[in-house]
Design a protein. Structure first.
Length: 184
């Protein structure tokens, strides 16, 4: 299959090329999955680059606000259980509340890889948005900052109260292992 020809693509080559791109992207995600810390370091550096760019340019505050709201939404999805105890009536999905109950790992509504992927793509899109002048909408940025901080506080307060009410922690370190008293 020739992707780089000078002739216009036929109607059956475009879906084939899109499948090729999707397959390549999926393979890339599969390859970077085990590298948790380097993935988040890359995303953090990209976010720092975006912040420095916005500070130097002194604009794109609406893009920054939209990025903040999106990242907050993704964070809430990452911290939430897959089956919400408030709406779930099935007892098998409830997290154990006593140490004698069976160990069940915390299942997230948004898995870590999808969380990282969506955050990285959002920051990349935000960086790209800073290259287009029509997206630099003039606003009084302190109002956006105060509104975002208020929204962050109220949302996280609600999430933490939900965690306390249903006694779950969104971080699983694996099945607890008990030490044997005898040595081999």
């Amino acid at each position: 299959m020739e992707f780089y020809s000078s002739e216009p693509p036929s109607s059956d080559e475009i879906p084939q090329y899109l499948r090729y791109v999707q397959h390549s992207y999926r393979r890339y995600l599969d390859n970077v999955t085990p590298y948790l810390v380097p993935r988040w370091v890359f995303t953090s550096l990209l976010f720092v680059f975006y912040c420095v760019r916005v500070i130097v340019i002194q604009g794109y505050y609406v893009v920054s606000y939209a990025l903040g709201i999106f990242l907050l939404n993704r964070l809430i999805g990452f911290l939430s259980p897959k089956m919400d105890p408030e709406t779930s009536s099935d007892e098998s999905t409830v997290l154990p509340t006593k140490s004698s109950e069976e160990f069940r790992p915390f299942l997230r509504r948004l898995p870590e890889l999808k969380f990282w992927n969506s955050c990285t793509i959002a920051v990349l899109i935000s960086v790209l948005c800073t290259f287009f002048d029509f997206l630099d909408i003039p606003v009084f940025w302190p109002i956006l900052v105060m509104y975002f901080l208020m929204l962050f506080y109220l949302t996280m307060k609600r999430q933490i109260l939900h965690m306390i009410k249903y006694r779950y922690l969104p971080f699983t370190y694996g099945k607890p292992r008990h030490q044997s008293s005898r040595r081999i």
